[in-house]
Design a protein around this ligand. Sequence first.
Ligand code: CTP
Ligand code: MN
Ligand code: MN
Ligand code: MN
Length: 377
Amino acid sequence: MKPSDFTPAVKMKSYACQRRTPLKHHNLFLTDALETLAQNAEFSENEGRSVAFRRSASVLKALPHVVRAMDELKDLPCLGEHSLRVIKEILEDGTSSEVESTRQSEQFQAMKALTGIFGVGVRTADRWFREGLRSPLDLIHTGQKLNHAQQAGVQYYKDLNTPVTKKEAVVISDIVEKTVKAVLPGAIITLTGGFRRGKEVGHDVDFLITHPEEGAEERLMPKIVNCLEDQGLLLYQKTTVNSYLESKDGPARPASNMDRFERCFSIFKLEVDSETHAEGSLSNSCSTHHSGSTWRAVRVDLVVSPYSQFAFATLGWTGSKLFERELRRWAGQEKAMSLSSHALYDSKQQRYLRANSEEEIFTHLGLEYIPPSERNA
Ligand code: CTP
Ligand code: MN
Ligand code: MN
Ligand code: MN
């Protein structure tokens, strides 16, 4: 008997926000391949193609078993002709020639290296690639003009491409918690992003900050940033003010998917235990101080939300990115609603739907509640 004969048919829902997607799943050998093609599509700014590959990968992440044969896939949603062809090749040959040649290609490798610099997006990386640049070192050697973010990105390149551990995230949580509460007693600080979904490592640490007294959180970020700077904890920061407050146009739907909270994209200077930190570390930013302690650079995102929007902000900043995208698509296409990290608008009733918890938002959307640890779509 084939393994598939033992596998009960899985009725898979078609939106990722209707499914439970654990962090650890059974088909990494397939999802890695599809996500390589998704990333390559992003590098050529082909969003439709990229999302198609990401949706395919996400369906395989939600399967409770290893895929061994093509017939196990026949009732699954979202698997397009191209994804199926790639999966088939991997099941038959162990690898996909398209995926392998993508990974080998000079363009893919250069785009990975260049977009891996903090502050560098696909457009900039592509322009540099066409000018013959391949790596952060090439930028330095050719004296490229860099903005402040990119300068920090190049300077701390190695540290910022070293995964942040859960342990480091906890240390940073303590620092952020103490600092924010010193600036605004009673403030609530939530760890969001990948660590809230249970990831062991991340590319940064994400925090959402609010205060039960609506309005107490207004213009809080500059005070937090000052306090962090006074403690010598920031290597870089860029604060963006709340464009709601600035424009005074109320809780309208944002024009883009980008939310408009007061936020700070920063790089923390994190003290690292000298005993656990390898001596003679190659890290370009690690320096030995008088006390023999060392430090490393870590990306930290801080977001401030009014209390009334906190549930939406929490949902919006927990991710994964595909899960968020699917939630908004579900809201729009299936419910005639518009979901953002600020609010949920019901077009039929022509009103905003309030929520004090993520659970309430799922209920408004007619979705079964999915806990953060199962939003790893
Ligand atoms: N996000 C957002 N607006 C941005 C950046 C991020 O709303 N300008 C949201 C993303 O949609 C995601 C969450 O913030 O839900 C965290 O994003 P990010 O830190 O990029 O990803 P993680 O899921 O935390 O993964 P990683 O471990 O790589 O940081
Ligand atoms: Mn195709
Ligand atoms: Mn993150
Ligand atoms: Mn982030």
